[in-house]
Design a binder for this molecule. Structure first.
Ligand code: FES
Length: 496
């Protein structure tokens, strides 16, 4: 056995681990607060620790996600580093290891002072961070299920609920939830007040937050009551709130913020996909955005599947085929309870390789996921088939609209929680996106929150972002014959 000395602030302790064991796994067992936001998928770069002693050499993921100076200083990604002998590990940025909402942003100037909240109201999940605007330091954060979930999982059910019981019931619910989360963060950080906040979200979530009737978003011609790009009528923790601008009814302020965080207009042809219940996409070319949104459904978030669940402890997050045997991994190595989105994608890829399903998705009998006791059913396959066709067809339609082949895309950015743990090879194999994009894929985590942080720390970016949203074009896929053709073509499980 190897001795691992773990240093965290004042505390130092030594534990044992067998040689070859992954450092991230050892830390997860020994330090409950040690977070691996992308579940060890080598995409977030947030599991940094300082290591001295006998460990494996940095692999490709570490060369990609760590700077040269970090590597020279002994910084490693815990999820990529194997223990080979006795080592000393210093938990790097102790606070950062507890942050569960991660994102990457490009370099930008921080012009504001004081503390503020950056908030992303997702249809499923709400993320809120208290940030020191001068240093960019995250002082506290909360992540919670959207308190409106009792009114349905998707935006259409929420809009129907607003019609049935009045928008103020749902509006107050989310506003109260944000107030509670903000109060907890201020208390945790010992900060008396916030200077300002930025609250982003899709158009429906922002309408409801503002108490505007969202009904017009659900009926042709899908009009917004407000594009926002203005101060809210609400305050958060007593401070004013800025709402970023939406592009249209189904391309919200969240995708605009994600485009900022992805530096999508930074040059060349770039493509962004935020894959959640709604698949929102943007193609950047010559300083302009062409955007669309498809109803992918909640299957990628584990909902609506016979054994589906969110990427919580016990969720099967990866399925592999090794020497003819199917193996699986669960979040936190807890006993298998269900399949999350990335696990389902992997499972389908393995099912294709073993011939359990054919290109059409036909499945003769329920497919057992290794020895987990879980199965994938024909209905599950169909759910994923619909979701992946919607996403892939949306991407192809954007590119075709600009007469661009997938090979013209310089960078394909995936935002959103599902992207964190997705195995891009499996995604490509089942045809979630065109195969030519695989080599250009980059992950930015919660880009909507990242963009909100940028707008919180630099007010000058707000006007620029509003201009980008004003000039962006929203493509209506429901009226697009091209989209319908692509959608039908994308139904088969094959690489495109
Ligand atoms: S957990 Fe290691 S890179 Fe995300």
């Amino acid at each position: 056995m190897c001795q691992i000395t773990i240093c965290s602030g004042e505390s130092v302790r030594t534990v044992s681990a067998r040689p070859g064991y992954l450092l991230g796994e050892a830390l997860r067992e020994q330090v409950p607060a040690f977070a691996m936001p992308c579940a060890g998928n080598h995409t977030c770069g947030k599991c940094k620790v300082k290591v001295e002693g006998a460990v494996s050499a940095p692999d490709g993921a570490e060369l990609r996600l760590l700077s040269e100076s970090e590597r020279a200083a002994g910084i490693r990604l815990a999820c990529a580093c194997q223990i080979r002998g006795d080592i000393t590990v210093t938990l790097y940025e102790e606070g950062a290891s507890k942050i569960v909402s991660w994102y990457k942003t490009p370099a930008f100037e921080r012009t504001e002072k004081g503390c503020g909240f950056a908030v992303d109201i997702g249809t499923t999940t709400v993320a809120l961070q208290l940030i020191d605007r001068a240093s960019g330091k995250i002082l506290a954060e909360r992540l919670a299920e959207n308190a409106q979930r009792g009114y349905g999982a998707d935006v259409i059910s929420r809009i129907e609920a607003c019609r049935a019981i009045g928008v103020s019931a749902l509006s107050d619910r989310i506003a109260n939830q944000l107030e509670e989360m903000a109060a907890q963060c201020l208390q945790e950080a010992g900060i008396p007040e916030a200077a300002e906040s930025v609250v982003t979200g899709n158009a429906t979530m922002l309408h409801i937050y503002e108490g505007l009737d969202p009904f017009s978003l659900a009926v042709v011609p899908f009009r917004v009551q407000s594009y926002f790009g203005c101060m809210s009528r609400r305050t958060l923790a007593g401070a004013p709130v800025y709402l970023p601008r939406c592009v249209g009814a189904y391309v919200g302020a969240d995708i605009l913020c994600a485009a900022l965080a992805a530096d999508l207009l930074g040059g060349g042809v770039q493509l962004l996909a935020d894959i959640g219940t709604n698949g929102e996409m943007a193609l950047a070319r010559e300083g302009k955005l062409l955007c669309c949104s498809t109803a992918a459904g909640p299957a990628f978030e584990g909902a609506g599947l016979s054994c589906g669940m969110p990427a919580a402890p016990g969720a099967v997050r990866a399925v592999k085929l090794e020497n003819g045997t199917v193996s699986y991994e669960t979040v936190n190595r807890a006993p298998a309870k269900g399949l999350c989105g990335s696990g389902v994608l992997d499972a389908l890829s393995v099912m294709l390789k073993t011939g359990a399903i054919d290109d059409s998705g036909y499945l003769e009998e329920d497919w057992p996921v290794g020895g987990s006791g879980l199965t994938v059913t024909q209905k599950d396959v169909r759910q994923i088939q619909l979701a992946k066709s919607a996403v892939c067809a949306g991407l192809l339609t954007l590119m075709e609209e600009e007469s661009l082949p997938p090979s013209a895309v310089r960078r394909f950015v995936i935002a959103g929680g599902f992207g964190n743990t997705m195995n891009t090879d499996s995604a490509k194999e089942i045809g979630l996106f065109p195969a030519a994009l695989r080599e250009h894929t980059a992950f930015i985590g919660n880009g909507a929150l990242g963009g909100a942080c940028m707008l919180l720390m630099n007010c000058g970016l707000r006007e620029k972002s509003e201009q980008i949203a004003r000039e962006a074009v929203e493509l209506s896929l429901s009226a697009s014959a091209r989209f319908m053709d692509c959608y039908v073509d994308c139904m088969s499980f094959m690489e495109f």
